[in-house]
Design a protein around this ligand. Structure first.
Ligand SMILES: Cc1ncc(COP(=O)(O)O)c(C=O)c1O
Length: 387
């Protein structure tokens, strides 16, 4: 099956009299009449559910669906992207070691590394993943490498394939946060990664109405992540799992439209007044253009960014004039939204750290929605024309 068909059907097997859409099962616990039966289900030797923190049918459908789309053996759904990331990082690197991470990490992940992993004895080595020599150097003696398929907020695409080959040669597990690309546009396991995580809150859910995370990989790693997630109680609620699976059914059509719209907006923004730079991996002249074209030939999703010459006042003025776009500190929904990294995703960084990453007082990140491209372009054009 092609990914578009898989997105529609993955995670479920319909038989006679199955509900076409899955039932929601909010039950905290299931009833048993036979102790041996309970014992077998609790040991995982027989299919079934017993206690909601350990297992649930809606969660299981979502886990299977994302695993299928990513081409993985197993999946785990957690209460948020951060819960998923935490569980899989500890599954891949259970004891203090050196973690090599992209210096352009999502701010929440950066905070997790600095405030939870470092105090526990892990050493974090931030590198520019575009510099493959630096990556090669950093990998020697490392215990884990962590990358994002598309970086936040400037939308660079690291060469996941080349990094995977170097990590594999050295026996270093490679974890990829594939939130921005989704399994429709990039499948990091096919490129050699060890495990993949998603903030399901974003494109997988797609409608800005749930918080969820998913991890996929081989059964051993996902099993260890699952055991920790169960122990620490970070498993995903049935309703959020139900919503995420419902969102996933339209992932392919949404990602195509997000990709077309973001590239159209990025191209149009180059000539809009007050715009100093536009960041989109598939924009002609982007530093990531050749890697992104190779790794994401179908499109790079809905994320892009631009820098306004007038800094924060110019951003505020544009925001006040929007008719369609809104300011919202998340991404991946059907609606076009902007965020302002200086006070959202990158607020925990010092001004100098932000400057080193190229994030300025004029940097705006856009999550381009699935509205009509002309309407989106017109909205930015009119909002900027007045400034
Ligand atoms: C790239 C990326 N990874 C992980 C996360 C964390 O996901 P969640 O908010 O679902 O915990 C986010 C959230 O913005 C993100 O953008």
């Amino acid at each position: 099956m092609k990914p578009s068909s898989r997105a529609v059907h993955a995670g479920r097997r319909l038989t006679a009299r199955s509900p076409l859409a899955p039932d929601l099962s909010p039950a905290a616990v299931h009833v048993y009449t036979d102790l041996d039966d309970y014992d077998a289900v609790a040991r995982g030797e027989r299919p079934g559910y017993y206690y909601g923190r350990n297992s649930n049918s809606n969660r299981e459908m979502l886990e299977k669906a994302v695993a299928e789309l990513e081409g993985a053996e197993a999946g785990l759904a957690a209460a948020s992207g951060m819960a998923a990331l935490h569980a899989v990082m500890l599954a891949l690197a259970p004891r203090p070691t050196t973690i090599v991470a992209t210096r352009e990490l999502y701010g929440g992940t950066m905070a997790l590394l600095r405030q939870d992993f470092e105090p526990a004895g892990y050493e974090i080595h931030f590198v520019d993943l575009a510099d493959l020599d630096a990556v090669r150097h950093a990998l020697d003696g490392a215990g884990l490498i962590l990358a994002e398929t598309i970086t936040n907020p400037l939308c660079a695409v690291p060469d996941i394939e080349a990094i995977a080959a170097m990590a594999r040669e050295r026996g270093v597990p490679f974890l990829v946060d594939n939130t921005f690309a989704s399994p429709i546009l990039c499948r990091p396991l096919d490129l050699g990664a060890t495990s993949v995580m998603h903030s399901g809150t974003k494109y997988i859910g797609g409608h800005s109405d749930l918080v969820a995370g998913v991890v996929v990989g081989d059964a051993k790693v996902v099993g260890a992540a699952r055991a920790r997630s169960v122990r620490t109680g970070t498993t995903l609620s049935p309703f959020d799992a139900w919503l995420a699976l419902r969102g996933l059914r339209t992932l392919d059509v949404r990602m195509r439209r997000h990709s077309e719209n973001s590239l159209a907006l990025a191209r149009a923004m180059r000539t809009m007044p007050g715009v100093a730079r536009v960041h989109h991996p598939l924009l002609e002249g982007s530093p990531s253009f050749s890697v992104a074209t190779r790794l994401m030939p179908q499109g790079a999703g809905g994320m892009m960014a631009f820098d306004l010459e007038g800094g924060r006042p110019a951003v505020q003025s544009m925001m006040s004039r929007f008719r369609i776009a809104t300011f919202a500190a998340s991404l991946g929904g059907v609606e076009t939204t902007i965020s302002y990294p200086e006070i959202t995703s990158h607020r925990s960084l010092t001004p100098q750290e932000r400057a080193e990453l190229g994030v300025t007082a004029g940097t705006v990140r856009v999550s381009v929605g699935i509205e009509d491209a002309d309407d989106i372009i017109d909205d930015f054009a009119q909002a900027l024309a007045a400034s």
